[in-house]
Design a protein around this ligand. Structure first.
Ligand SMILES: *Cc1c(COP(=O)(O)O)cnc(C)c1O
Length: 372
């Protein structure tokens, strides 16, 4: 049987042709295609300025720098995320402060934020894990009342919305990822949604050596920037992807609905059934508590049935680097419990309905084996 990965990007023929056209054009690096994609993303973000980079990691790091976060500052975030979410805080010299998750939504528990705020807290980085949006009303109520910046790690939430407002169209700084596993891709890439042209100009400097070009062909360099600009090759992929984002997210929601039907009466713990706001970036179940230690066996049994699955994510604070910084197992009980039991099942737009049946059949057979 053909292997079913947990995700796979779908790139149509017209996108492949558009990439070919860029390759033939003689202009491969940042150019007209990047401008076009930035404009298209900005249109979806209610006209707010959007700038591209070669990863969401770079977008998040530059966002922290734009927000003035640096040495001695603290940033509150979640530990149930891709490690980039916290690494960028370290990269600017600040200290990540993890608060626990809500075990039902698996998102940062907003009610724990206020007790984690100190005189050093400057910002919050929430994560829309699996594309399920963090409660933006409560988030900003807390942030504004304490004078904190918010850098939304919306790496997984392209096309998701909060009460009908697309992610990126409101809020403070919003970073998205266009890694191939995300709901739209540029090969590798990311972007930041900002408030105004002043922030956008600073972002442009940060992504390319701190340089501002003058009309006379010279340039000035007035800060230490990086090298994180996107290519027009990537932007051509992104334009083709953006064209299908809504229909692809719709298909993801349909497939998620099938998972709910098939897994409703099983011992697997399902995610919140949000068919209004989530973009269903991932479909993640939790193993029942008593089978937590059996997850590697379950993953192996699925693999033997030609089915891919994933662990998103090991808790960041339990990785070696963060343990060296003083974090310990036991610090975040809900995060650790969910991280130990979470399993990402195959979900991508080109999957067939029958693929969901195949995954669920294999899961239930495996569960019986684990219990016998
Ligand atoms: C993918 C991801 C990132 C990083 O995105 P890159 O484009 O790979 O740098 C950051 N945070 C979360 C939650 C992600 O899923």
């Amino acid at each position: 049987m053909e292997f079913l990965p947990f995700t796979r990007p779908s790139v149509d023929e017209s996108t492949i042709a558009a990439v070919g056209a860029v390759l033939r054009s003689g202009w491969l690096t940042t150019g007209p295609k990047c401008k076009e994609l930035e404009a298209a993303l900005s249109a979806r973000a209610g006209g707010r300025p959007v700038r591209l980079v070669n990863s969401a990691t770079a977008a998040l790091e530059f966002a922290l720098r734009i927000a003035g976060v640096g040495r001695g500052d603290e940033v509150i975030t979640t530990s149930l995320s891709w490690v980039a979410t916290a690494n960028v805080i370290l990269a600017v010299g600040a200290t990540p402060v993890f608060v626990d998750i809500d075990p039902i939504t698996r998102l940062i528990d907003l009610e724990l934020i206020e007790s984690a705020i100190t005189s050093k807290t400057r910002a919050i980085i929430p994560v829309d894990l699996a594309g399920l949006p963090v409660d933006r009303d409560r988030l900003y109520e807390i942030a504004w009342s304490h004078g904190l910046r918010v850098i939304e790690d919306a790496a997984q939430s392209q096309g998701a919305n909060w009460h009908g407002v697309e992610i990126g169209a409101a809020g403070d700084l919003v970073a998205m990822s266009f890694h191939p596993n995300k709901n739209m891709t540029t090969g590798e890439g990311g972007c930041l949604v900002m408030h105004d042209e002043a922030e956008a100009q600073l972002f442009e400097k940060l992504r390319l050596q701190g340089v501002t070009r003058d009309a006379d062909g010279t340039y000035d360099c007035d800060l230490l920037g990086g090298k994180a600009n996107l290519t027009d090759i990537g932007a051509a992929i992104g334009l083709g992807q953006l064209h299908h984002l809504d229909e692809n997210n719709q298909r993801r929601a349909e497939l998620a609905g099938l998972y709910f039907q098939r897994l409703a009466l099983t011992d697997f713990i399902l995610p919140p059934a949000d068919f209004e706001q989530s973009n269903w970036h991932m479909f993640q179940v939790l193993l029942p508590q008593e089978l937590a230690s059996q997850r590697p066996v379950l993953i192996r049994l699925l693999k033997e049935a030609s089915i891919g699955s994933g662990v998103h994510y090991p808790a960041i604070h339990t990785t070696s680097l963060y343990r060296q910084l003083g974090w310990r197992a036991g610090d975040l009980p809900h995060t650790e419990s969910v991280a130990a039991r979470i399993l990402t099942l195959p979900l991508f737009p080109q999957m067939q309905d029958a693929d969901v049946d195949r995954v669920c059949d294999a899961l239930l057979i495996a569960l019986k084996q684990l219990r016998s």
